[in-house]
Ligand binder design. Structure first.
Ligand code: HEC
Ligand code: HEC
Length: 206
């Protein structure tokens, strides 16, 4: 119960932490021009070929800018993205954010038979949470269909299964911090098997 309250308090924190920050609206056209370098890994239309590179198409507005800032400051640690974000200004980040938000997500994810079985196992947890460990339903923040909620709850559908699994493991181990400890508190209580199941379920959502 205590853990559950903490998770709920986390929701309020996300709201407060950002409510005072005016989000300068980016220019999607400018963002498109600036995204040429990103396309090498994230795909020309924000849908990447390799599963270690996340899809960015249709991500909720606000999230990409926040993550770019976190990579640049080193708060989110990744050697590749540290290099990619170091030269970006606030305006560049806002423009890129605006551009990717306009792109159509990858609704053509196909799962293997094994992945479908994993996804079926992950559904109840995604929709209903895991009361035993005080874990709130993923759907409550990421949406029933995984579309996310602007500005800070990312889309988790139309995403590579491998990337989702890797991020949940990074949260669980404390390697990825995030805006606050919301995802750490949640992922810490998940087993590696549950993480596999959730990643497959989210990847197949659209
Ligand atoms: C050389 C390959 C490469 C290039 C070029 C690159 N990225 Fe990335 N990007 C990655 C990888 C790998 C990750 C996953 C990082 C992690 O695991 O934390 C990532 C993660 C991200 C994320 C986090 C997505 C999420 O769902 O949390 C954003 C946002 C992002 N990149 C934006 C960009 C932008 C904008 C550019 C161009 C300015 C860019 N990237 C260029 C490889 C690349
Ligand atoms: C209380 C709200 C909340 C709940 C509940 C929640 N999340 Fe999150 N999640 C977030 C926030 C906020 C982020 C943004 C990451 C950050 O803090 O940088 C996030 C990020 C993520 C990411 C990384 C996405 C990316 O593109 O890198 C994944 C994967 C994820 N959550 C999966 C889950 C799963 C699975 C559950 C349920 C077991 C869950 N989340 C429950 C708030 C929540």
């Amino acid at each position: 119960m205590l853990k559950k309250l903490l998770v709920l308090a986390g929701i309020a924190l996300v709201g407060n932490a950002f409510s005072g920050v005016a989000l300068a609206a980016g220019n999607a056209e400018e963002g498109k021009a600036k995204s040429a370098v990103c396309a090498a890994c994230h795909g020309a239309n924000g849908i990447s070929a390799l599963p270690v590179n996340p899809n960015l198409a249709g991500q909720v507005p606000g999230y990409i800018k926040a993550q770019l800032k976190a990579f640049k400051s080193g708060e989110r640690k990744n050697a590749v993205m540290a290099g990619q974000s170091v030269g970006l200004s606030e305006e560049d980040m806002a423009d890129l954010d605006a551009y990717y938000a306009t792109l159509t997500p990858n609704f053509e994810v196909s799962l293997t038979e094994d992945e479908v079985a994993l996804a079926e196992a992950g559904q109840a947890l995604y929709r209903g949470g895991f009361a035993e460990r005080g874990i709130a339903a993923c759907a409550s923040c990421h949406g029933a269909a995984g579309h996310g909620i602007p500005l800070h709850y990312p889309r988790v559908s139309a995403q590579h299964r491998e990337y989702l699994e890797q991020q949940l493991l990074a949260f669980k181990k404390g390697d990825r911090k995030g805006y606050n400890d919301i995802m750490y508190d949640i992922a810490f209580g998940l087993s590696e098997q549950q993480i596999k199941e959730l990643a497959a379920y989210m990847a197949g959502l659209n």
